[in-house]
Design a binder for this molecule. Structure first.
Ligand code: AMP
Ligand code: MN
Ligand code: MN
Ligand code: MN
Length: 277
């Protein structure tokens, strides 16, 4: 059994390990097929691919595209993409372009609460300034002693209805899927269990995603509890979507799932890796 981990982050977005460090750790954890899926960014893929070659593991070129759908933020992972595809590159650049202004507004919100210096503080944690995001603010808030850990930040700050949250318009669902498909990739709806939308809206999302050309859904992810896995396996079967599995690893010891430490896909699921096997 080859261990597939098809969702992970490096310093090219909000991970703490370099692409090389990430691939080395994946190899040490027994991962046989790893996808690097940085947020709106593919600049880590060349280094990751070179390291994967040295360590004898397979690297799937990926990306995690930020999407606004029905007023909510959802993430679409693209797997086995051609990172040089011009339309994909332009779309990702557009998503990245909004991050600086959003960061300034987030810092302004935090300053209103008396938390000063958040912009510089967050950038100090960003390995790639173009990818400034909420995780970098979260690490700053922990460093400043405002909150005890990153997980708690996302309960008390930076999420809808809490201080420091700023609404942002990302790519549309259909355009994100089209960029991924146009670059020869497979489009996968990331961590569906994280979205707070109700059941009916989730079904609407899956129907639209499928109609737009979406091919897969993360059934096993570091974000799902064991009882969410069969629920999303059922939805995958019902909507004719393949199932993916990924840790969404960001950093050692930050509370997320370790690389490669994933439940097997339920038998009734069609594994997403059949698309490139
Ligand atoms: P952004 O793309 O800047 O909106 O940041 C999104 C990132 O914030 C996600 O990819 C996670 O790394 C992090 N994040 C969001 N919600 C949570 C959460 N509940 N717990 C931990 N990290 C989270
Ligand atoms: Mn992230
Ligand atoms: Mn995500
Ligand atoms: Mn992710």
């Amino acid at each position: 059994m080859i261990v597939h981990d098809l969702h992970s982050h490096s310093t090219a977005s909000d991970g703490l390990l370099s692409p090389t460090g990430l691939v080395e750790r994946a190899a040490a954890m027994g991962v046989g097929v790893l996808a690097l899926t940085d947020h709106d960014e593919v600049s880590g893929l060349a280094e990751a691919r070179e390291t994967a070659r040295r360590f004898g593991i397979r690297l799937i070129g990926g990306v995690e595209v930020s999407v606004t759908w029905g007023g909510a933020t959802v993430h679409v992972v693209g797997l086995d993409i051609d990172a040089a595809d011009p339309a994909l590159a332009a779309g990702l650049a557009r998503n990245r372009g909004g991050r600086g202004e959003r960061a300034r507004r987030m810092a302004d919100e935090l300053a209103r609460l008396g938390i000063v210096g958040a912009l510089e503080g967050a950038y100090a944690h960003a390995g790639n300034r173009a990818l400034i995001g909420r995780t970098h603010f979260a690490r700053f808030l922990v460093e400043r002693g405002v909150v005890k850990d990153v997980k708690t930040v996302f309960k008390k700050y930076l999420v809808k209805g809490k201080p420091g949250y700023v609404h942002h318009e990302w790519a549309g669902l259909a355009e994100a899927v089209s960029w991924i498909r146009g670059a020869g990739g497979v489009a996968v709806l990331a961590h569906p269990g994280r979205y707070t939308m109700g059941k009916e809206k989730m079904r609407l999302l899956l129907a639209e995603f499928r109609a737009a050309g979406g091919q897969g859904i993360e059934v096993v992810t570091g974000s799902h509890t064991p009882d969410q896995v069969p629920l999303f396996a059922d939805l995958a079967v019902e909507f004719g979507l393949s199932a993916s599995a990924g840790s969404d690893f960001h950093a050692p010891g930050e509370g997320g799932r370790e690389l490669g430490r994933l439940m097997p896909l339920p038998e009734r699921c069609r594994p997403i890796w059949e698309h490139w096997a």
